[in-house]
Design a protein around this ligand. Structure first.
Ligand code: KIV
Length: 272
């Protein structure tokens, strides 16, 4: 039972800030389509992320790189049609925010205008800070994303834990401070040492949402297909599975096939 089921007020960036101030943890989960977004919103989720992980779990790509701006807008529209309470954040896909502030703002405006989302999420720090400032200065709320940045997988060459050494940890802290100063309303930290996550959450005023960043941050985010056990091959240490829907679905579909072949479905009550 969700603690938020009775609280139907819309979640805003300001309310997330207040949650951090009073020590209330923020729950965030991805969604990419109308039906699932509706259920997740009904359950009382604070933030729904239309992640570019849609590229993996919806489209079957190996990385998040191939998903396009139009495809992200399609997913964003499907989710915002369903959601009444959660703050909806849409990822800016690979290549749409990469060092050309005017072009980045154009893509950001398209997402906000065409999806009706509440905010955007952007991967990256110092290297794209002018793009981020331009978008925020135009009045669009931005959630940053540091640590493991899946859009940069070809640069890293691995999905292992980031910022384990002092040099990378220092850059991460500097980037987080830059994002806060630029006006980001929150930051996602992905797959970094828990102690570093806690250090950044304690230093910054804006909420820090972790995915594999330990328990000392201000909230947690997971990919819906992973936490519901729809995908089962992906099993990082940070993932807690709350259901095994793959088994449930395969069994239900198997039962349906069996009933059709057996001429058991439809029965007398299931026809006109
Ligand atoms: O695209 C996504 O799902 C994300 C989360 C992993 C934070 O960025």
């Amino acid at each position: 039972m969700s603690v938020h089921k009775e609280d139907t007020r819309k979640v805003t960036t300001h309310r997330l800030f207040e949650m951090k101030q009073r020590g209330e943890k923020i729950a965030m989960l991805t969604a990419y389509d109308f039906s699932m977004a509706k259920l997740i919103d009904q359950a009382g989720m604070d933030v729904i992320l239309v992640g570019d992980s849609a590229s993996n779990v919806m489209a079957g790509n190996i990385t998040t790189l191939p998903i396009t701006l139009d495809q992200m807008i399609y997913h964003g529209q499907s989710v915002t049609r369903a959601v009444t309470r959660a703050l909806v954040v849409v990822d800016m896909p690979f290549g749409t925010c990469s060092g050309n502030p005017v072009e980045s703002l154009k893509a950001a405006v398209r997402i906000m205008k065409e999806t009706g989302a509440d905010a955007l999420k952007i991967e990256g720090g110092k290297e794209i800070i002018e793009d981020i400032k331009k978008i925020i200065d135009a009045g669009l709320p931005v959630m940053g994303h540091l640590g493991l940045m899946p859009q940069s997988i070809n640069k890293y060459g691995t999905y292992t834990v980031r910022a384990k050494d002092e040099v990378e940890a220092k850059k991460l802290i500097d980037d987080a401070l830059l994002l806060e100063e630029a006006g980001c309303f929150a930051i996602v930290l992905e797959k970094i040492p828990a102690a570093l996550g806690t250090r950044i959450a304690n230093r910054l005023k804006i909420p820090i949402i972790g995915i594999g960043a330990g328990n000392g941050v201000d909230g947690q985010v997971l990919v819906m297909h992973d936490m519901l056990g729809i995908t089962q091959a992906f099993s990082p240490r940070f993932l807690r599975r709350y259901a095994t829907l793959q088994d449930t679905i395969v069994q239900a579909v198997g039962n349906y096939i069996h009933d059709v072949k057996d001429k058991d479905f439809p029965n007398d009550q299931e026809q006109y």
